[in-house]
Design a protein around this ligand. Structure first.
Ligand SMILES: Cc1cc2nc3c(=O)[nH]c(=O)nc-3n(C[C@H](O)[C@H](O)[C@H](O)COP(=O)(O)OP(=O)(O)OC[C@H]3O[C@@H](n4cnc5c(N)ncnc54)[C@H](O)[C@@H]3O)c2cc1C
Length: 439
């Protein structure tokens, strides 16, 4: 039982956009005191805003300022460097907090399930994105030793991957990408990026701004075979605006003459990957067309971008088929406690929507938690028990001042390349920066 005037204690698992928006919503919507600890396994907050959104999309990255402000709200505390499910269990959290909300995202790649998928040169988009974003999980460089590259997928992540590969590296130099990534991009011999999808141009999930950007990159010719568009008939008559606008861009590309630019991006549709060919590494990718015929694209690297997927957290109910936590109105179904577990963001909805979608989602989760306040406060909890456990287990959480120290160290590093910041990509270095023991 919580005493009069005591805060409702909420643990949020995952300091990505969904978790931070949830902390903000709890703080704004509550009519009594709340205390919200936002845990993350990394010493840095922001989730995929930091480790997903492409470095050259600076405007979107600016959302970090809004999320930072939310983390600085009085009732909110960032608790980084704590891997929930491992460093502390969900049961540990439930023993300390009245409510636990899961917002730990869905950052595992889906597999193609075809022969050759594990050959060297076959790279999951998640891995590549993590690498160029300076994610501390990635120890080794992605070696870009290819002239021709295939990116499989018709979503924005595929477009990000293709753009980072083909864009003039000097344009990337002004972003926050780590030095080693910039160096690899500068050395890259890549001349052709083929973007390939199973379905037709009308089914591409690209957003128009990002698609148009691809066709306007300096030093890059954008190519699309007009035959893919002929089958669609009158483009003007396509009712759905998003579809029509994408198709118009492909149409434009299909009528362009090559300018002799040093690099090319080439669209392919109605092509299902059936095999990655090669002996010691990828040499080509075989595709099947709807009429059963096959064709190969010679390429030394292939990036698989066919969707993100959630993974279960020990002790939390999980819908394996859809890769999400099952909920009704954000309340987890079949959990350890009847009322006390909630979910929001990608791990609840699946990997869809833009960053703002997580905000409305988080508001919904906050509404559910606050509506349950009386029942939650009747739960017997021992405030502070999780921090005691962390201490006993030798785990030092990175709190807000630690993250601010990392932030400041990255901004200092930025000065060396004349840009706003350069990311620190090694976990030990992040922890040293957080502790103020970095050089
Ligand atoms: C490559 C890519 C590019 C994107 N680009 C854009 C874009 O340009 N514009 C846009 O609007 N949207 C973009 N998105 C979508 C956007 O990033 C997501 O909508 C959003 O990040 C989802 O928020 P989330 O909080 O649910 O998950 P996440 O952002 O994934 O955050 C989850 C957090 O949980 C933490 N975590 C995971 N497991 C644990 C654990 N066991 N214990 C503690 N913490 C844990 C993770 O470290 C992470 O910080 C992009 C997504 C990707 C993948």
């Amino acid at each position: 039982m919580t005493g009069e005037g005591e805060p409702l204690r909420v643990a949020v698992v995952g300091a990505g956009p969904a978790g931070i928006y949830l902390a903000e919503a709890l703080s704004n919507q509550a009519d009594g005191p709340v205390a919200v600890d936002v845990f993350d396994r990394l010493p840095t907050p922001m989730g995929l805003l930091r480790y997903g959104v492409a470095p050259d999309h600076l405007k979107m990255k600016n959302l970090g300022t809004t999320l930072q402000r939310a983390l600085e709200l009085d009732p909110v505390r960032f608790v980084g460097n704590v891997n929930v499910g491992y460093d502390v269990t969900v049961a540990d959290l439930l023993a300390d907090y009245h409510a636990v909300a899961y917002t730990y995202g869905a950052a595992v790649d889906r597999k193609l399930g075809i022969p050759g998928e594990d050959l060297p040169g076959s790279v999951a988009a998640t891995h590549f994105v993590n690498w160029y974003s300076g994610h501390p999980d990635i120890a080794d460089d992605v070696i870009l030793d290819a002239e021709s590259v295939v990116v499989i997928g018709l979503g924005n992540v595929a477009l990000d991957v293709a753009r980072v590969l083909i864009r003039d590296p000097e344009e990337m130099a002004t972003t926050d990408i780590p030095d080693n990534v910039l160096q690899r991009l500068r050395e890259s011999p890549i001349r052709e990026v083929h973007i390939v999808g199973r379905r037709g141009p009308e089914a591409a999930k690209f957003t128009i701004k990002e698609l148009r950007e691809m066709g306007e990159l300096a030093g890059v010719d954008a190519v699309c075979d007009p035959a893919y568009l002929d089958a669609l008939g009158d483009i003007e008559a396509i009712e759905e605006k998003e579809v029509r606008r994408n198709v118009e861009v492909f149409k434009d590309w299909s009528t362009r003459t090559l300018t002799g630019a040093p690099r090319k991006v080439i669209m392919h549709f109605h092509s299902t990957p059936t095999e990655l060919l090669g002996t010691d590494r990828v040499e080509a990718i075989r595709f099947t067309k709807p009429d059963g015929s096959t064709y190969d694209i010679p390429a030394q690297l292939v990036f698989r971008s066919v969707g993100y997927f959630g993974i279960p957290l020990p002790g939390v109910p999980f819908d394996d088929k859809n890769g999400v936590i099952p909920v009704v109105d954000h309340r987890v179904q079949g959990g350890t406690v009847e009322i006390g577990e909630y979910a929001a963001g990608w791990i609840m909805r699946g990997p869809t929507g833009v960053i703002g979608t997580n905000r409305s989602d988080a508001k919904g989760a906050a509404t559910a938690i606050l509506a349950d306040r009386e029942t939650l406060e009747a739960r017997d909890v021992t405030p502070g028990s999780v921090f005691k456990l962390l201490d006993e287990r030798g785990i030092t959480p990175v709190l807000m001042d630690g993250w601010n120290a990392i932030d400041a160290a990255e901004i200092r590093k930025g000065g060396t390349r004349g840009n706003a910041r350069i990311k620190i990509a090694v976990l030990e270095d992040l922890l040293a920066a957080a502790a103020g023991t970095d050089a």
